[in-house]
Design a protein around this ligand. Structure first.
Ligand SMILES: *Cc1c(COP(=O)(O)O)cnc(C)c1O
Length: 482
């Protein structure tokens, strides 16, 4: 920073105290605190000084109360705006990892609120008045819903896989098909997790075909377990073969080894009853003979971020005793939300309405289209001459790796820029940026020369429409301080 004293600049800029005494600034101090306002004044004045040193002309107006107050207010609003904010997810991907995956039902939010604001029996067994185990709040429910003997919960499914491998296969070999050495977005790679868990990956078969005999031949003295990873975010099609789970389980058991399945999404109900593509359930996988199954809490299950491990009691108990479990455990908020969400599965008739993930996935196509037609005029008015708005058919995705090839018919608003002066790409990016700059940022996708808003996940129509009046399409980012 240039710290040259320039007497002219010092004379032109008001002193911090003088700004602080302006009545409008006093009002800001009441709202945001004296300290925060002084900090904002200092940084505003220092930026003005810097700009002047660099040769910018400072109009007299910029030094007066209205302009200073406006800038201070904007600064303070920005400083106190939360970083983690709600957005409108109009990407068409229902379980969008970058946008927070599953939305919690009201029942879960109430449960979280209660344990956040009051003491609770997190690790306290009320009947004997003795120390308890935090897993007990969900273990019986998970056992009931999946048919498992036992269950435990950790921070996410990546942690679940890590914990299972580190407990059962440290310094040993884990046999996996070459067709399942997957990478999930956000740097979850099966080979890397294996290495971190301290076990050796023994790849068998080929990318498209792995037979039971491939597993059989690989089993040796160092084998700890056989593992299957659900092909969650890709599909291998054509000339393919994978040994069925039942046969892998039988082989593992004949050799005295556990058979572990990482299901990824792991829906707790058969989704085909809702007209959705079928996804394997933990209960089916366990029925096929898997000894342990791992899956996420915030994918198709529709709950909080968590990694769930269900299966044979003896193995689950060994896992719980691993010190790594302590490092990967979930907090009371996660447990409260998970318990409430799991309880909804006891009332399957209500599930499609009460569980937001399922409600959005099963939203009737006709409703989404009607919604598009209702809000289209407001969006067209907000963008004015900048873009042409039309209602177009599209396909939503489940997201988070589930069912990558199956798409859900939906309807979108397509915003095609009309001004092509600076190139279509620039106009589109500016349009998308303007929607992201709204008080509740609107996130769409850009494809085929249009900004597309799939309205499947738009449930707050009024809020969406009401804030459109604040859309600013001119590229100037508010006025500069000088
Ligand atoms: C999503 C996924 C994971 C990682 O789960 P997180 O809950 O995101 O940690 C692991 N394995 C599979 C197969 C997955 O689909």
């Amino acid at each position: 920073m240039v710290q040259a004293r320039n007497p002219h600049i010092a004379a032109v800029l008001p002193a911090v105290d003088r700004v602080l005494q302006m009545p409008a600034v006093q009002a800001l101090a009441v709202q945001y605190s004296h300290t925060a306002v002084v900090h904002a004044i200092r940084s505003l004045l220092s930026e003005m000084r810097q700009a002047m040193l660099e040769g910018a002309a400072l109009p007299a107006e910029a030094r007066q109360a209205p302009s200073l107050t406006r800038h201070l207010q904007a600064r303070l609003e920005a400083a106190f705006q939360p970083s983690l904010r709600r957005v409108f997810n109009l990407t068409g991907t229902v379980l969008h990892t970058s946008l927070g995956r599953a939305l919690l039902p009201a029942e879960a939010v109430e449960a979280v609120q209660a344990v956040m604001t009051q003491p609770c029996n997190l690790e306290y067994d009320l009947a004997p008045g003795a120390r308890g185990d935090r897993d007990t709040h969900v273990e019986a429910l998970l056992a009931e819903l999946t048919g498992a003997d036992a269950a435990t919960v950790v921070n996410n499914n990546a942690a679940a896989v890590l914990l299972v491998l580190a407990t059962l296969a440290a310094r040993k070999e884990v046999i996996v098909s070459r067709g399942e050495l997957i990478e999930i977005g956000g740097s979850f790679r099966i080979p890397a997790i294996m290495a971190r868990a301290g076990c050796r990956l023994r790849e068998v078969g080929t990318t498209n075909r792995t037979h039971l005999a491939d597993f059989e031949q690989a089993i040796g003295a160092r084998t700890a377990l056989l593992m299957k990873v659900h092909a969650s975010n890709y599909a291998i099609r054509g000339f393919t073969a994978m040994a069925p789970e039942k046969e892998l389980a039988a082989l593992a058991h004949a050799r005295g080894l556990p058979f572990v399945v990482d299901l990824g999404s792991g829906a707790l109900v058969d989704l085909s009853q809702y007209g959705l593509p079928k996804e394997p359930t933990p209960q089916e996988t366990l029925a096929h003979g898997a000894d342990l199954v791992t899956f996420s809490g915030d994918k198709l299950l529709g709950g909080p971020q968590a990694g769930i491990i269900v299966g044979r009691a003896e193995l689950v108990n060994t896992i719980k005793r691993n010190h790594l479990k302590r490092a990967l455990r979930v907090d009371k908020m996660t447990l409260a939300a998970l318990e409430a969400v799991l309880k909804l599965y006891r009332q399957p008739e209500k599930l499609a309405q009460h569980l937001p993930t399922l409600r959005l996935l099963t939203r009737p196509a006709a409703d989404i289209e009607a919604l598009c037609r209702r809000v289209e005029p407001a969006v067209a008015q907000a963008v004015g001459k900048a873009a042409h708005v039309s209602v177009v058919p599209c396909h939503s995705q489940i997201g988070s790796g589930a069912l990558p090839v199956e798409l859900l018919p939906s309807t979108a608003l397509a915003l095609a820029p009309l001004k092509r002066r600076r190139g279509e790409g620039t106009a589109l990016r500016q349009l998308a940026a303007a929607f992201r700059a709204l008080p509740i940022p609107v996130i769409g996708t850009i494809s085929e020369g249009a900004l597309t808003f799939d309205l499947r996940c738009l449930e707050n129509e009024r809020e969406f429409v009401d804030q459109l009046a604040q859309l600013r399409l001119d590229s100037q980012k508010g006025e500069a301080p000088c």
